[in-house]
Write a protein that binds this ligand. Structure first.
Ligand code: FE2
Length: 439
């Protein structure tokens, strides 16, 4: 036995069930989970192998980041800050910064953020990579990073045409070249194209290319407060008719926050039939949307609750980390989920575990991870995260950092507890227990 995790609370893979009783997880020499058995506190731990005492902490499958931009990360303020705070000025700032990219620059920034993600327990990452750059410098760099981290993290790269497929010079040729060089997913940005017709054409191109190469589609779609931006219906219809279905994802879809009731009802039916995934990005959406509104000012998010209720798979992404669209950002999925659950009002007792699933299982479905590669079951890779909290609610409320992050049977990150000492009036100094009054 290579490793045993003793006395952990497991979250069932649906992410929706109550945490079970305590379990032991045994990891074989092959780095896979050998078996999951009930915890017995009378039983002696094995004499060999790595022993992790979970003390009733929540053991979850790794966090999954369904939407991030590693190529733009850590460029905030370069060459100038985004002073209006709009998506559009962000694109203009990035367009200037893009001209100065080098391989080393992209590798260094992307690797830094991946290290943060690993420490936060994120072991599966889908990054978008701007391919509206004739040199494809960022793409080549990220392909190299994907290879470098392959043993511990799974990185999917979306060929993302930030400045358009139809509206950018040679946009389609660059997208094709990106796929030829090894991008995993085909992107699009229909609402940014010059006309409605260009937007529809760009989605047709993306789907055709994905079908040709057996790839998935993930489009930045309707990331605008314009209630007339309705490309998600085109994306869903193409997904349905091509058979790509759950292999297609619409990211952002913030215009949906402005659709009228009658159209929303029609759309809920179409999206649930199509099987597509939605990814809401609460940091970017709260920050970038509503910028042209007087009051009342819109929230900026897609219809998260409504689409979940309609049976659509919805996940939360972090999106930008210290770049022209978000000067802050930590790449921490528990922060994404906390901000997302407030933004989407997923605050009911039954909703909070759903928000947790939106950065775990639901995000895993966006990436297309199979049950045999994601989950805490015998035979799956021993990749999991031990949280110093007994439940998703507590992990979210206290924003805990993982105690251990294990990737394929090896400890990748370890965070020792760091107590806070408080000298309260009239009492001897003692550690603050933020969990004390809670279950
Ligand atoms: Fe994005």
């Amino acid at each position: 036995m290579r490793m045993i995790v003793r006395g952990a609370r497991l979250l069932h893979t649906s992410g929706l069930s109550e945490p079970s009783g305590l379990s032991d997880v045994e990891v074989g020499e092959d780095g896979r989970i050998a078996r999951v058995i009930p915890y017995d506190d009378q039983k002696e731990p094995p004499a060999t192998g790595i022993l992790i005492e979970a003390h009733g902490g929540l053991l979850t499958a790794p966090f999954v980041e369904p939407h991030i931009h590693l190529d733009t990360a850590l460029t905030a303020g370069e060459p100038r800050p985004n002073t209006s705070g709009t998506l559009w000025e962000g694109i203009a700032c990035w367009s200037e910064r893009k001209r100065t990219l080098t391989r080393e620059d992209v590798i260094a920034r992307a690797t830094e953020v991946l290290r943060w993600q690993a420490a936060h327990g994120v072991l599966h990452v889908r990054t978008h990579c701007d391919v509206t750059d004739p040199s494809l410098t960022a793409l080549d760099a990220l392909l190299e990073v994907r290879d470098r981290v392959r043993d511990v993290m799974n990185l999917q790269i979306v060929a993302f045409p930030q400045e358009g497929i139809v509206s950018f010079p040679d946009g389609e040729a660059l997208l094709r070249e990106a796929v030829a060089r090894g991008a995993d997913v085909v992107g699009a940005i229909p609402h940014f194209e010059d006309t409605r017709e260009d937007g529809v054409a760009s989605l047709r191109t993306a789907f055709a290319l994905a079908e040709e190469h057996g790839l998935r589609v993930d489009a930045h779609c309707d990331e605008i407060d314009d209630e007339q931006s309705r490309f998600v219906e085109v994306l869903a219809t193409l997904a349905l008719r091509s058979g790509l279905r759950e292999r297609a994802t619409a990211s952002h879809t913030t215009a949906m926050g402005s659709y009228n009731g009658a159209y929303s009802f029609k759309l809920q039916r179409l999206l649930s039939r199509s099987g597509i995934n939605l990814v809401a990005n609460p940091f970017a959406n709260l920050n970038l949307q509503g910028r042209f509104d007087a009051y009342p000012k819109r929230r900026g998010l897609t219809q998260v609750r409504e689409m979940l209720a309609a049976g659509v798979n919805v996940a939360f992404g972090h999106d930008d980390v210290m770049d022209p669209w978000n000067a802050l950002g930590t790449a921490n999925p528990l922060q994404t989920a906390l901000v997302g659950l407030y933004a989407a009002q997923l605050t009911g007792a039954d909703d909070i575990p759903v928000a947790f699933s939106m950065v775990t299982d639901r995000a895993a479905r966006v990436l297309g991870l199979d049950a045999d590669e994601y989950g805490i079951t015998a035979g799956a890779p021993a990749s999991f995260v031990l949280l110093p909290a007994p439940s998703p609610e507590e992990a979210l409320r206290r924003q805990v950092r993982p105690r251990y992050v294990v990737s394929r049977g090896s400890v990748l990150a370890e965070t020792p507890p760091a107590p806070t000492r408080l000298s309260w009036p009239g009492e001897p100094p003692s550690d603050v227990d933020f969990a004390r009054r809670l279950r």
